[in-house]
Design a protein around this ligand. Structure first.
Ligand SMILES: [Ca+2]
Ligand SMILES: [Ca+2]
Ligand SMILES: [Ca+2]
Length: 247
């Protein structure tokens, strides 16, 4: 919360120093709706290696190569988006540590040659798919963090599609701690994922940034390790504009 306040304070300061004679003009620098053919990939979108961690062996801990980053389509409604992310199934059901593996994957957007600017505005849709468990002590935490490389963290929260909050403690901490599953989702269960459903969240962030080069990191940290058939996520409708560029 403090960070968000800082970002807002920065932007207010910017508006004051710019003054009425130097009007801000938003310039769109990136827009992608991922509505091209399923399987299309994009040079600006890449995956990190996937790391996993388990106190028991097998599966233990390890690193897997980066996963493909490409367009998928929802089973219902024909929505195309970038995904699904979250990492593959780790180990087998016979493992002593099965079901207790934390899996981390970062999807990075890299842009260069941005026009002069002092701040950027990012908007996008986050698809939270299948059995995310929020802060469940048994099946979570299931978290997503969005951060600017060498810059602020814009989002760092758990999300849940698991409505069994009484039994499994599967609250989410977006927008605040102990929120019910899918709080503030723009739509729920519209995409046809039968296993615990789906939720689409819309986000918009302004943040200070003045370099010609931008890296945005979307990082999931999901607990269970049963793969994207069990818990996954995606990104859609990404728009980035400059804020505070002077004419
Ligand atoms: Ca789309
Ligand atoms: Ca789950
Ligand atoms: Ca989980």
């Amino acid at each position: 919360m403090f960070l968000r306040f800082q970002i807002r304070a920065f932007l207010i300061g910017l508006a004051i120093t710019a003054g009425p004679s130097a009007q801000s003009r938003a310039v769109e620098v990136y827009r992608e709706d991922f509505n091209a053919e399923v399987g299309t990939n994009f040079p600006e979108w890449t995956s990190s290696e996937i790391t996993y961690q388990n106190a028991a062996t097998p599966p233990g801990s390890g690193t897997l190569p980066p996963a493909p980053v490409a367009i998928s389509e929802s089973p219902q409604g024909g929505r195309r988006f970038l995904g699904e992310f979250g990492g593959p199934k780790i180990g087998t059901a016979a493992d002593p540590g099965y079901n207790r593996t934390a899996v981390v994957q970062t999807i990075r957007l890299t842009l260069g040659d941005l026009p002069p600017h002092q701040a950027l505005r990012l908007s996008f849709d986050l698809y939270v798919l299948k059995s995310w468990d929020g802060d469940s002590p048994q099946y979570g935490p299931d978290r997503l963090r969005l951060s600017v490389s060498n810059g602020p963290t814009l989002l760092d929260a758990s999300f849940s599609n698991n409505h069994k909050v009484e039994r499994e403690g599967s609250y989410q901490d977006f927008p605040k701690p102990r929120s019910l599953p899918q709080t503030e989702a723009r739509s729920t269960d519209t995409l046809g994922y039968d296993f615990f459903g789906d939720a689409i969240y819309h986000f918009e962030f302004d943040f200070p940034h003045d370099k010609p080069h931008l890296e945005l990191d979307f990082t999931s940290n999901l607990f269970e390790g049963k793969g994207t058939n069990d818990e996954s996520w995606g990104i859609d409708n990404v728009v980035i504009e400059t804020v505070g560029t002077q004419r």
